[in-house]
Structures are given as C-alpha cells and as structure tokens.
Design a protein around this ligand. Structure first.
Ligand code: CTP
Ligand code: CA
Length: 222
C-alpha cells in the first residue's frame, strides 16, 4: 500500500511556486527572455502536491505539462507574473520563487513587426520590479524561498540576496554548466539559511532537489 508511505507532511499548507522565464515583448513577434525551462519549479509544484499541499503554480511560458491537481496560472511578462504573485501570496503559507524573471523589459513595445527598413536602433530598456523583494517586504509569517542563479561568487551573491530579499532560505545555483541549471534534468545547488549555515548538495535529479528543499521548508515550520 504505497499510499501509506506518502509523506503528507505538507497537508493543509498552501504553497505558491513561480516557475519558468518571463518574456518581455519588443514587438508582436519578438521578445527578450532567457533559457529557463521551468523544470525546477514544476518539480517543486509536483512534489509539494504529492506531499499534501494545496499548490498554486505561476508559470511563465514553458514546454511542460500542467502538474496534476495544481492550480496553474500562465503568465508571460514579469509584470503579469508580479500581478499574479501578489494576488496569490495572500493565500500562501510557503512561497518558492524559482522563476527566472527578466530583469529588464524594452522601454517601448511596437504594435507592429519592426522592419529592417526602419533603420538601426538602440534598444532602450527599463528595469522590472523585483517580485521576490516585494513579497519579502510583506511576508509576515510566511516561509519565503528564493533562488539565486549565478555564474560566479555563489556564496557571496546568494547570501546578499537572502538578506536583501528577507528570505528564509535561498537555493544557490551555478548556471551555465552541463549538470546544472537551465534546461537540465539535474541540478547542483547549495542551500543557504538565515543562521549562516550552508548545505551543498550533490548533483541530482530536480525531483530529488525539490524534495530536499521541501524537507528543509518543513523543518523551518516546526
Ligand atoms: N526575482 C524576482 N523578480 C525579479 C528578479 C528576480 O522575483 N524581477 C527573483 C527570482 O525569482 C529568484 C531571485 O529573485 O528567486 C533571484 O533572482 P536572480 O536573477 O538570481 O537575482 P537578481 O536579484 O535579479 O540579481 P541579478 O540578476 O543581478 O544577479
Ligand atoms: Ca536577475
């Protein structure tokens, strides 16, 4: 009876996960984005549901099936993701932000396809608001987990984000390597906590990483 072995340790908890990239349109057929696959966030949503949580997944454009029994909200831009995240955070006990939010959007979006003949341009960008920072400022009793995608200085950068964004835990991820990060089915991460402790995990499937993250989240709640 496998059902008896299912750890329902998140029963009654409401979990919000954000996942995937955002797309910032330049015109109707072009956008700025990044290669986030959404796999880590979807693995977390599936694992949390399996462990009994009531899960909302706010997802940028990805090529993954909507997880079973998870309330999935599809968004495209960072501003749409922010609106959905701020709406749903009110009814969340645990918030995990894996999304690779575009830091900038084009200052102007053309309503028609930009033609070569329009001449060379300098693309003007403006900053997207930091969604996680906004959530951190009004987190109250919620458990807040962020991700830090880095190509260098993982510890220093991750600890800076943990502090600045008022997180309980940050998952530091060296990206741009074959066994880790964008697009991969496996991930090599380190978990950083507020008490200064660090837990370096071996490379492992994203489903396994998701369950360890949820183990630590469950630990923070007791
Ligand atoms: N994040 C967010 N909103 C943004 C940018 C990032 O919510 N506009 C969140 C991500 O979902 C992630 C965390 O912040 O959980 C860290 O994202 P990351 O890109 O690593 O850090 P930044 O703070 O954007 O800093 P930088 O890109 O300069 O390293
Ligand atoms: Ca960023």
């Amino acid at each position: 009876l496998m059902a008896c072995m299912t750890p329902r340790d998140l029963a009654g908890k409401r979990v919000m996960v954000t996942a995937g990239p955002t797309r910032e349109p330049l015109d109707p057929v072009r956008f700025l984005s990044n290669p986030s696959s959404g796999k880590m966030g979807y693995a977390l949503a599936r694992a949390a549901e399996y462990r009994g949580a009531d899960v909302t997944l706010i997802s940028g454009p990805v090529h993954l099936p909507a997880p079973f029994n998870v309330h999935t909200v599809s968004v495209r831009t960072a501003r749409e993701m922010a609106a959905a995240a701020f709406e749903h955070m009110a009814s969340a006990d645990i918030i995990i932000k894996t999304a690779a939010v575009a830091d900038y959007r084009p200052k102007e979006t053309s309503d028609h396809k930009i033609k070569k003949g329009e001449g060379d341009k300098i693309l003007e960008l403006e900053r997207n608001a930091d969604i996680l920072m906004g959530i951190g400022q009004r987190k109250e009793g919620r458990i807040l987990v962020g991700f830090a995608a880095e190509t260098q200085n993982l510890r220093e950068n991750a600890l800076g984000k943990l502090e600045r964004k008022n997180l309980d835990m940050i998952v530091g991820n060296i990206v741009g390597q074959p066994d880790s990060g964008f697009g991969s089915d496996t991930n090599r991460v380190s978990l950083f906590f507020r008490d200064g402790t660090r837990e370096a995990l071996e490379p492992m499937p994203k489903d396994a990483v998701a369950n360890i993250i949820l183990d630590r989240v469950a630990g923070l709640m007791t």
